[in-house]
Ligand binder design. Sequence first.
Ligand code: CAA
Length: 240
Amino acid sequence: MARVAVVTGGTRGIGKAICLALREQGRTVVANYGGNVEKAAAFTRETGIPAWQWDVGDHEATLIGCERVANEVGPIEIVVNNAGITRDGVLHKMSWEDWDEVMRINLGGCFNMAKATFPGMRERGWGRIVNIGSLNGQAGQYGQVNYASAKSGIHGFTKALAQEGAKFGVTVNAIAPGYVDTDMVAAVPANVLEKIVAKIPVGRLGHAEDIARGVAFLCSENATFMTGSTMSINGGQHMY
Ligand code: CAA
């Protein structure tokens, strides 16, 4: 039977490309989404992949959502923590709510999804968790103390959980995308984005598929010796 994969924030942007790549790999895919019902319905119409709504930043809602998927579709063996938001602003203008909301969804979402699915993976002796971090969690970014902290936290979370999963056949890895041509990046002021793109050695924004191919590799059956790692897919913008 095909393994069940849940991709959070899976109905558009990078998440949508990940859903399609995992289906191509033969997985039974469920997309989670937070609130954009119209986009989710359009996604399901276009791809045939079901979209389930819950807020990954809400602990109870995530436990309930994952339990429903497990009961109605099958045990969740692959999780891609892709859901993320930005609330950019320089620190002196950033509100507590802008800080808290980004931490709650971007980093808290990883914890909540892992709490819902990791114990089962551990018991069954097989699992794949891929967390979508960010170049900006590695290098920092002006106007993003909230987002950079949450994404940097994701990289630490990945390395810690990888150690807990290793002897149970559960790998936990992260991908650190650079600037990708999604709605999130389109929201960056044009003059600022122009300067950022000028610093990408490959000379362009990434495409969602560039990230999805990395995720598919990490979720594949043969990727058994790679865990706790961060795969940078950023057009050469940040190397270390
Ligand atoms: N380094 C140094 N100074 C900078 C700077 C930078 N990178 N960016 C802006 N500044 C300076 C400006 O030059 C300006 O200085 P002066 O007042 O002396 O001219 C000052 O900061 C204020 O700039 P803004 O007018 O842009 O200020 P603002 O308050 O309207 O907006 C901002 C600030 C919200 C940070 C805005 O510049 C912005 O949105 N920047 C983009 C942030 C970004 O890259 N976000 C990534 C989103 S995509 C993503 O996160 C995906 C991923 O994982 C990669």
